[in-house]
Design a protein around this ligand. Sequence first.
Ligand SMILES: Cc1ncc(COP(=O)(O)O)c(C=O)c1O
Length: 383
Amino acid sequence: MKFSTRAIHVGAARDPQTGAVVPPIAVASTYVQPGAGQWGTFDYARSGNPTRHQVETTLASLEAGCGGLAFASGMAAIHCVTMLLQSGDHILAGADIYGGTYRLFHKIINRAGINVSLADSTDIDSFAAHITPRTRLIWIETPGNPRMSITDIAACAELAHRHGALLGVDNTFATPALTRPLELGADIVMHSATKYLGGHSDLLGGALVVRERDLQQQLYFIQNATGAVLAPFDAFLLSRGLKTLDLRVRAQSATALQLAQWLTTDPRVTRVLYPGLPQHPGHALASRQMDRAFGAMLSVELQGDFSVAKRVVEATRLFQLAVSLGAVESLIEQPAAMSHASYDAADRARHGIADTLIRLSVGLEDVTDLQQDIAQALQAATS
Ligand SMILES: Cc1ncc(COP(=O)(O)O)c(C=O)c1O
């Protein structure tokens, strides 16, 4: 079955008792066992739940993995991966990553003696120079957040495996509709399901999908032992969102491309960061690695200073000023003050997260309305 068919049918078996085409949400926290010390399919909701299992099955199919794990948030999913590591181990992370991931790596897991290096993952040779004998995990995002940098997943997988490390890819921006990292050699793919997978700004969730059974079992053991699982109602919403993922991502990407092209003509914009533009340094790679579209996230650098960018993000009306992304409604934010405020200022400067950068999550509204909204905000902020 093709991707959009699997998004609707895999994992979503009709209810055998009633024939309902949407299985009921399973809310029980515990399950009667056949006997003391004997286990049925489900026993306790932290260890497994039918509604969560349904969405994990769909996610595994969409990401071409052997199994999926659904978490209470994207951060819980990333944290679970880091718990594979031990004191003294090293993570090599791409520099263009979500601010919360930066914070987890630099301000939480470092307390357990895990070292992290942040480096430009778009240049594989200079990236490779940061590998150490203790590197156990390479962690990347592509497109990166917030600079929309494009990283070669297959090259990173080869690099990781040559050094006995795992490759984890945060696929939140691209989604499996456009990029399937496990098919390119990654070991773990991760999502903030809060974003495109859910798609409607009404759930918080995370996911891991893994290529090999043994690794999935290790991660399941950690998830069950630590407990940050996705709740049944959120699992239901996520299942519902996945059914329209392909449609939404392609429509939103088409609008993002149009807006990106238009923004390049505005003299108040110094740079448009969107991999669908031929002048983007990662365009050729993105054309190979992404499936016929470049995603619906774009960033722009503006003339002026922090306060100009602040005024622009505060002046849009359809683009709502909020962190998060990937839903049907368009959002706007200033990474230096919002999604990437957790970066140390020096790291922001070193990795090109300028004060004048604004990030747009393009929704499903009409493109002319969105264009007019940006035009009036630029006018209001700069006049
Ligand atoms: C790329 C990316 N990864 C991970 C996360 C963290 O996910 P969550 O907010 O669901 O914990 C986010 C959240 O914004 C994100 O944008």
